[in-house]
Design a protein around this ligand. Structure first.
Ligand code: GUN
Ligand code: ZN
Length: 441
């Protein structure tokens, strides 16, 4: 049995802060500890009590670092790692100028392998221990990412993009090949180790009705998989879908008719929804994923977070790399806060941290295993340095509580704030200094 006791400040995600008092939904302990046994969290509590109860267990002292669950990026494109921050107009222009040419490069398995390794390295540098990643239409792009995530011991979600129209010929498949190649990848990866497969029709404009129907049939045959796509990101896109699918009542209905709504369905963006669509999302238990840096970068609009939370819709937070302009979930939380301010919805730091951890984990149906820093969960956690730059230290000098102490890191922090990263109890980032058992830690 492999056991370690991590000491530091701790932040447990006990309840959804949007449904009660945000300051108490998350439980902060100034001198806390996390006991890890065989890759799982065995106990979370006060440091002195844990030290007394486990006097011989090796200790890892994170000092004043804040231990919290690893970040969950609920929507990102692993194959867009090399095209962040490309000067563009809006979505369709950006897709054709930058995205599709880059995704074509993944036909080369060597390039796919190199970029999968870089993408996961960047995620870990930024404290992201789980993401729902779109790959490309090339099965090798999924194999490369899943294989690397498996080596690193990560709980990762990925899927082969399906698209059979409105894209360059080199990036299109058919309903049949998309079904068959996705089914083969599901057989290979779904539930293997800590991996989850997501059936991934890119979005309604790049799939024929036959292909979306195939995606629905595939999900019905493999209900343990997730299903990820895009929904109502930009107004022009909504109009395009209306023209492509005149028989449907609207964009969401295109997916609904194909059996693509329900728990485990992840809809990226969901900005321009009608009243009927909001009701249907809530009724079906479909999850929405807020991608704030992408929404400002591509000029898409403002996601109605308060409305989604009031309707108790599962909501994840995401970078949407590379429409989004950062790998950092800290930067993503900052952008979510800023868009909330513009919408007249001031979010508490607890709201932001919840969205980046337990909220995302629940949207991905992984909430029983990750996202909460609780006994029984997998030991995927990070340590935040709350004074990672001189500018941040100047803000926290007079902090009166954990929220004052953490908010400047949310707003101003980057990968320098990520002091350590653990997945399944294994250190993947940060200097690990095991303390002598029996000492003060
Ligand atoms: N809609 C369809 N494909 C994409 C994509 O790659 N990024 C974003 N932001 N929106 C999309
Ligand atoms: Zn996306």
């Amino acid at each position: 049995m492999k056991t370690a006791l991590h000491l530091g400040q701790t932040l447990e995600m006990r309840a959804n802060p949007f449904e009660g008092d945000p300051a108490t939904a998350l439980c902060h302990t100034r001198l806390g500890g996390v006991l890890v046994t065989d890759g799982r969290i065995a106990a979370v509590g006060a440091a002195d009590a844990l030290c007394a109860a486990h006097p011989t267990v090796p200790r890892i002292d994170h000092g004043a670092g804040l231990i919290l669950p690893g970040f969950v990026d609920a929507h990102a494109h692993a194959a867009q790692t090399a095209i962040l921050a490309r000067w563009s107009a809006r979505l369709t222009d950006w897709l054709s100028s930058h995205t599709f040419p880059e995704e074509m490069r993944f036909a080369d398995p060597a390039y796919a392998g190199q970029m999968a390794a870089l993408y996961l390295d960047l995620c870990l540098d930024h404290g992201t221990t789980t993401a729902a990643s779109f790959c490309t239409i090339h099965p090798e792009s999924v194999r490369a990412l899943m294989a690397r995530a498996e080596v690193l011991g990560l709980s990762w979600v990925a899927g082969r993009v399906m698209m059979d129209r409105n894209a360059p010929a080199a990036l299109t498949d058919s309903a049949e090949t998309a079904y068959d190649e996705s089914a083969a990848l599901i057989a290979e990866w779904q539930g293997r180790g800590r991996l989850t497969y997501a059936i991934t029709p890119r979005f309604a404009p790049t799939s024929s009705p036959a292909q979306l129907e195939a995606a629905g049939a595939l999900w019905a045959a493999h209900p343990g998989c997730l299903m990820q796509t895009h929904l109502s990101e930009q107004t022009e896109e909504v109009a395009w879908v209306k023209a492509l699918y005149p028989e449907a009542a609207g964009y969401l209905d295109v997916y609904d008719r194909m059996g693509l709504l329900g728990p485990g369905a992840l809809m990226g963006h969901a900005i321009h929804l009608t009243e009927a669509e909001w009701a249907r999302v809530a009724e079906t238990g479909t999850a929405l994923v807020h991608c704030p840096t992408s929404n400002t970068f591509l000029g898409s609009g403002i996601f109605a977070m308060a409305r989604a939370q009031a309707a108790r819709i599962p909501v994840g937070l995401a970078t949407d790399v590379g429409g989004g302009s950062s790998f950092s979930m800290l930067r993503t939380m900052a952008a979510a806060f800023e868009l909330g301010q513009l919408a007249g919805h001031r979010m508490h730091p607890a709201h932001l941290l919840w969205l980046a951890t337990a909220g995302g984990a629940r949207a991905l149906r992984l909430g029983d295993r990750i996202g909460a820093l609780a006994p029984g969960q997998d030991a995927d956690f990070i340590v935040l340095d709350l004074g990672s730059t001189a500018a941040i230290r100047a803000q926290v000098a007079r902090a009166e509580d954990v929220w004052d102490a953490v908010f400047p890191t949310i707003m101003m922090g980057d990968d320098r704030a990520i002091a350590a990263v653990y997945a399944g109890g294994q250190a993947l980032r940060g200097q690990v200094r095991p303390g002598a058992a029996g000492g003060p830690g």
